[in-house]
Design a protein around this ligand. Structure first.
Ligand SMILES: [Mn+2]
Length: 424
């Protein structure tokens, strides 16, 4: 039996920007390469779309890619049963190579509102799992796939407990989810570690974490952190090469094979150390190092540049104008520069005024200062709050505030996040 796995594709990421086609191009390569391996079925680990309400322009391009498995040569996989599931499985999804998917954090919508992955199931493009599973027969072998869509991290432990997925007997058991797991991502939220994941599954597959890794469960079973097919946050750990996965399940041995994506726009993370240099030298040094990095890259790379330094007295970060470099290189690279320059004399607020920083940054600074003065309990990520508010991602704003506000405890109404079927 052969399983194809594709992580966060974030269809529609960067809509309206120079990178707006990247999510589709990358996912197309991933789907084509996985389909070429002739898997019996494909698993998608959530964040298929970048927004919970994708634009028709995005849906249209996504449809071209999501139909590729259905149009492929029919696989050996046949539906053999369901696991704690009420909804019937549409036979339409069993054309070509069947796709089994969950929703991610980006597709989550309030209870009672359909999310886009659920809609794909209604259209017959895939089988959507959320707190349930299906069994697939692939000639002499059988797979039991149980999945849970993304839930707020702070509830995952409780939701997992309430759901308590149990491995089926005599099948290859797969558990699919979309969560932060320690220690892969540092978080103050109480999230499970790999050892806390329910034991007995042969394969655990987690979306959400954008850099790919493989670990193992201490009680057995491999854990694949699929990684995304596109760089979204431009963090240092996103330089890892993007990939999809093939899992070959033999009768006595399981082999996991990464399928590297060669067409993905190269991402470079560059640190420029300027010591105590002045504005002119900083600009020159940055220009030189960015130019060199572009020279080493292939295609038109995406580049995050962090410029570090301690400015001489009387010089403020606004005296260091790195913006012209972005346009200087705009033909050869998509450059984004962060100034990590420490002003010698000016205090925070003065510096903000001096720098004529963006409205966004000023708002975040002022909000942080007010909260600090009001002695509001720490832990609220103002930057995330601001970003989510400005992008009108209400559900996530709600989750963020809920996670932070200490007075609110988990009330045990798991049904707000998952329909726990067949178990009291
Ligand atoms: Mn994601």
């Amino acid at each position: 039996m052969r399983i194809g796995i594709i992580g966060d594709t974030h269809f529609g990421f960067g809509h309206g920007s120079e990178r707006e086609d990247d999510s589709f191009a990358n996912a197309k390569e991933a789907f084509e390469k996985v389909i070429a391996e002739k898997p019996d079925f494909i698993i998608l680990t959530g964040d298929i779309f970048d927004k919970s309400i994708p634009k028709p322009e995005v849906l249209s391009k996504a449809a071209d890619i999501l139909t590729l498995p259905l149009l492929a040569k029919r696989s050996k996989a046949r539906l053999a049963g369901t696991i704690r599931r009420k909804e019937p499985v549409k036979v339409l999804a069993f054309h070509g190579i069947p796709v089994v998917a969950i929703h991610g954090t980006h597709e989550r919508r309030p209870k009672g509102y359909p999310n886009p992955v659920e809609i794909l199931e209604k259209m017959g493009l895939l089988v959507y799992l959320h707190g349930n599973g299906i069994a697939l027969r692939c000639e002499g072998q059988m797979a039991g796939i149980q999945g849970l869509g993304g839930v707020p991290d702070q509830y995952f432990k409780n939701v997992l407990k309430a759901w308590s997925p149990v491995p089926e007997r005599n099948v290859f058991n797969v558990l699919v989810f979309h969560q932060t797991i320690k220690p892969l991502i540092y978080t103050q939220v109480d999230v499970p570690e790999i050892a806390d994941l329910p034991p007995g599954f042969d394969l655990y597959i987690d979306g959400h974490i954008h850099n790919p890794t493989i670990k193992s469960h201490p009680k057995g079973g491999a854990v694949i952190f699929t990684g995304s097919t596109i760089v979204t946050q431009m963090k240092e750990n996103e330089v890892e090469k993007k990939r999809a996965w093939i899992v070959d399940v033999g009768f006595d041995k399981t082999r996991i094979k990464p399928i590297e994506l060669d067409g993905v726009r190269q991402f470079k993370y560059l640190k420029v150390e300027c010591g105590e240099a002045g504005p002119k030298e900083i600009v020159e040094k940055t220009k030189k190092e960015v130019g060199k990095a572009i020279g080493e890259a292939k295609g038109k790379p995406l580049m995050k540049v962090k410029v570090y330094g301690k400015l001489p007295a009387g010089i403020s970060p606004s005296d260091v104008d790195l913006a012209p470099l972005v346009s200087h290189f705009s033909e050869k690279a998509i450059v984004s520069i962060d100034k990590e320059l420490e002003a010698a004399t000016l205090d925070k607020v003065e510096a903000a005024i001096e720098e004529r920083v963006s409205l966004e940054e000023t708002t975040i600074r002022i909000l942080s200062d007010i909260l600090e003065k009001k002695k509001v309990p720490p832990g609220l990520n103002i930057e995330s709050l601001y970003t989510l508010l400005s992008e009108k991602r209400e559900t996530e704003v709600y989750d963020l505030l809920l996670a932070w506000s200490k007075g609110i405890e988990f009330k045990g109404d798991l049904r707000a996040f998952v329909d726990v079927e067949g178990k009291k």
